[in-house]
Design a protein around this ligand. Structure first.
Ligand SMILES: [Zn+2]
Length: 398
């Protein structure tokens, strides 16, 4: 954990700085005409009054820095063939643009689920040391796959013993979280055939939890979700067509659902760019409809959600569009906003540092025009200014 709280060097910020906002959503309540005092990388106070100079931000609503719990920051659409599928050192260089576009959406923290060659670990450490500008990253290293269809490189594991070993290898390499591919399904392929068995998932969860790491299990289909929930995964990703029994158990065990509905919308919109065959969009649209239905049932059942975009390629900059699907699934705008702030921080195990605008928390502050509690689009479309750990990283005020 030694990297996580390394400070981004904030040039020029030596003393406390005060900002007055028209409205502050601190994660629990609404404060009007409130001042946030920032000292170094942290929030010092949030309240009505301030001594000395105050920067006037009264046109804006302040919300906590947003958290995207499912990203692929190192995946670049490689026209040059320099870094195919996010591989290698070149992908770290090319992913700087992904990092910048992510910050522009107000996302100041990501959970990155799957990368090759530990490019994600390099990127995280470059950002934490101030050598690269980007969101704070919690990363998985290689996602775990079973041997299948010619796939057999790093991250491959078959049987509980190998699974435990590969989980430990990721953690030894510096992973903060473990990602398991518990079913098929990716890109134009919306099949959801279970891959890892229940016993293998259980081995992964046990090995990760013993080393104080959480586990995200990817499953497009319902049987992988059933076994992921039974095995005690911390979050289940995608998971369309879950049965009422699986949904009820998720709610009971407080397991997070990260449905990633919007990423298939991105694939539909960009089918030509991605060279998908004719007909691929029909399957994707059908999957989106079922994904939304499953999310509706999970909202009704009281399952906890976290916002994950599953962002890849040219989708960076659209990280938060998932929130509008959450409102369509039956959440209030306030509930939707929490999936990208307080609830996402809980999923990361950083609920005492991230996701709220409170004293002692990281000074991750997003200024938006409008009131997200009336219309979630204020957060999706109207981000004007972003501070990460006390440093202004985006400024589009006029
Ligand atoms: Zn993903």
């Amino acid at each position: 954990m030694k990297y996580l709280w390394a400070l981004t060097i904030a040039a020029g910020i030596g003393n406390a700085q005060a900002y007055r906002f028209g409205r502050v959503l601190d994660g629990e309540k609404v404060l009007t005409n409130a001042v946030i005092v920032v000292e170094k990388d942290r929030i010092k106070s949030v309240g009505g009054s301030a001594v000395g100079d105050v920067i006037n931000m009264t046109r804006y609503t302040a919300v906590p820095g947003l958290i995207d719990v499912h990203t692929h920051m190192t995946y670049v659409l490689d026209m040059t063939k320099i870094a195919p599928s996010g591989r290698g050192a070149a992908s770290v260089y090319l992913s700087q643009e992904n990092a910048r576009k992510t910050l522009e959406t107000g996302v100041t923290t990501v959970r990155n689920l799957g990368a090759s060659d530990y490019a994600d670990i390099a990127m995280r450490d470059l950002i934490n040391s101030g050598q690269m500008v980007g969101p704070r990253m919690f990363v998985s290293g290689y996602g775990l796959f079973i041997t299948r269809g010619g796939r057999g490189g790093p991250g491959t594991a078959d049987g509980p013993v190998e699974v435990m070993k590969v989980v430990r290898q990721q953690i030894a390499a510096g992973a903060d979280v473990i990602k398991i591919y518990g079913s098929t399904g990716s890109g134009q392929d919306v099949s959801g055939d279970q891959t890892f068995t229940y016993e293998e998932m259980q081995a992964a969860v046990d090995a990760a939890h013993a080393l104080n790491r959480r586990v995200a299990i990817h499953t497009y289909g319902p049987t992988g979700a059933r076994d992921a929930v039974r095995a005690g995964a911390d979050s289940v990703e995608h998971a369309t067509d879950m049965t009422p029994e699986t949904i009820a158990e998720m709610a009971r065990k407080k397991i997070f659902y990260v449905p990633t509905i919007d990423h298939n919308r991105y694939y539909v919109d960009n089918a030509q760019l991605l060279k998908y065959p004719p007909g691929a969009t029909d399957a994707l649209n059908d999957y989106i409809a079922r994904n939304l239905e499953t999310a509706k049932k999970a909202v009704k059942a009281g399952v906890r959600f976290a916002m994950g975009s599953d962002v890849v390629y040219t989708m960076f900059g659209e990280n938060t569009r998932e929130l509008s699907w959450f409102v369509k699934a039956g959440m209030t705008p306030e509930q939707a906003l929490k999936t990208a702030t307080v609830d996402a921080a809980d999923l990361l195990g950083k609920e005492d540092r991230l996701g709220r605008l409170k004293p002692g928390y990281f000074a991750d502050i997003v200024a938006v025009e409008g009131n997200p509690l009336d219309d979630i689009d204020a957060v999706i479309k109207n981000v004007r200014w972003v501070m990460k750990a006390g440093t202004v990283v985006v400024d589009k005020r006029h």
